[in-house]
Write a protein that binds this ligand. Structure first.
Ligand SMILES: [Zn+2]
Length: 469
């Protein structure tokens, strides 16, 4: 079954045909390390991790490159504000970024290059752009002359005339739309020697150069990032790269929607700013955040709010409760026996949804369909064996560690997943009462919990509980 991807460049859903199957090359624009990563970054990291996982699952050999921008105006300004050297800030924030990736259980990219480790290659690319007449040297650096590139605006769907804001160009620029390839250093700024004096590369040229270098191709299969990067960042990457090589830069452009918090853009000054560490401190499980992300199509904007997170947490608890019941029969084996129509149908639905431009809300609906049919057939050992195989396969693909979550259901830690506090101790008291054959007391505790909206479920593995949905 072919995979269809919405290509920002053509504005169409296109059948995915990589250049050299089964190989697939993906470049995703990474973070600028000047501050703690927030949940908007987590969405981007998770989406491209998921796309990589799904393409691998579909039989492709994927190479994902995600850069780290480690020299940039924001870094310099923030280091100055904090009164620390810029490279000290970069080191601290990069370390924290990798802690977050590990805590979210998001696999690293295959290559994670840094701009500062690629200065000679970037200088070489700029030199070629000057030689080819696409760039010019000025007092403040080297600029790309956008009017020299006929396709400028093709990704964002604008013409140069549309983009003209009419203002005066800054010092050193011939045209307001021209952008910096190399910035001459001001006193005290980080700098490297170049044919145009001490300076640092512009942000756009870093991504052009590193994507072609590390994916070893002048045309890459997939280039992606947030919608906010379409213009000017990705538009400029196309202009630079295609001027350098004369070839299409990327075959498919994938852009994900942005994240708002309580209806507005994330902003520290407004106070609606949630870092990855803030989220994990409050909700413990990265799976809750992942389930929230899955509930919206990657290309759509999402709004993060307490109600949505509660919904995601409860939905995740349903999966974990089922996983716990399945585990009471023993760990699922490998490979479906495909002896049940329902199981085959659900797997087909999941794959059909993912093949349709990674439609995770529909894929997730298939997972919950599986949860429902498995719960209905929970006493059918053969059915549960197959349901278990498929549940493990699909949740594993989505990066949800359900064995860890199932263990949580039986231990006192379930408060993080289900919001329970004293429930565990009541469940333990009831188990003790049953053991003492004090059924009246066991029943009383069950009713007490029921009044609190807690449903107990007895299975071979003991008693689990969940909130009434
Ligand atoms: Zn980039």
């Amino acid at each position: 079954m072919p995979i269809y991807i919405h290509n920002t460049l053509s504005r169409k859903n296109e059948e995915f045909v990589p250049q050299l199957p089964p190989k697939v090359s993906i470049y995703s624009c990474g973070v600028t390390v000047y501050d703690e990563s927030h949940i908007g970054h987590a969405r981007s990291l998770y989406i491209f991790d998921l796309i990589r996982r799904y393409l691998r699952y579909s039989g492709y050999e994927v190479t994902l490159v995600r850069n780290i921008t480690d020299v940039e105006d924001k870094i310099i300004n923030r280091a100055n504000a904090l009164g620390i050297p810029w490279n000290e800030l970069v080191e601290k924030v990069t370390r924290s970024y990798y802690e977050d990736m590990a805590a979210l259980a998001i696999e690293k990219a295959d290559v994670e290059p840094k701009a500062t480790e690629n200065i000679p290659g970037i200088i070489e690319a700029i030199r070629t752009l000057i030689e080819k007449g696409f760039a010019y040297v000025s007092v403040s650096g080297v600029y790309y002359n956008v009017r020299k590139f006929p396709g400028y605006g093709k990704l964002s769907g604008q013409s140069i005339e549309d983009m003209q804001s009419g203002g005066e160009p800054e010092e050193g620029k011939k045209d307001v739309l021209d952008f910096a390839l190399w910035k001459t250093a001001k006193p005290g700024e980080p700098s490297w020697p170049s044919p145009w004096g001490e300076g640092r590369p512009g942000w756009h040229i870093e991504c052009s150069m590193m994507s072609m270098k590390y994916l070893k191709s002048e045309t890459i299969d997939i280039h992606g990032g947030g919608r906010d990067l379409i213009f000017p960042h990705h538009e400029n990457e196309i202009a630079q790269s295609e001027a350098l090589t004369g070839k299409p830069f990327a075959k498919y452009w994938i852009h994900h929607g942005l994240l708002t918090i309580d209806g507005s853009k994330m902003s520290k000054s407004v106070g609606n700013y949630v870092t990855i560490k803030d989220f994990l401190q409050k909700y413990t499980h990265p799976e809750i955040l992942k389930l929230f992300f899955l509930s919206a199509h990657y290309s759509h904007p999402v709004d993060y709010n307490a109600a949505k997170i509660t919904e995601a947490r409860q939905a995740l608890a349903r999966i974990a409760i089922l996983a716990k019941k399945i585990l009471s029969y023993g760990a699922p084996g490998a490979g479906l026996r495909y002896s049940f129509d329902d199981i085959c149908r659900i797997k087909d639905e999941f794959i059909g949804a993912m093949n349709d431009d990674f439609n995770t809300p529909r894929a997730l609906a298939a997972v919950f369909d599986l949860v429902n049919v498995a719960n209905k057939n929970i006493s059918d050992e053969k059915f549960i064996a197959d349901a278990g195989v498929l549940l493990w396969e699909l949740t594993g693909l989505l990066g949800l560690d359900i064995e860890k979550l199932a263990a949580e259901i039986s231990s006192s830690g379930s408060s993080a997943l289900e919001g329970g506090e004293d429930i565990e101790s009541l469940v333990a008291q009831r188990a003790e009462a049953k053991k003492q054959r004090n059924f009246a007391e066991a029943d009383r505790i069950r009713k007490e919990l029921e009044a609190k909206g807690i449903i107990l479920e007895d299975s071979r593995g003991g008693t689990t509980w969940r909130k009434k949905l």
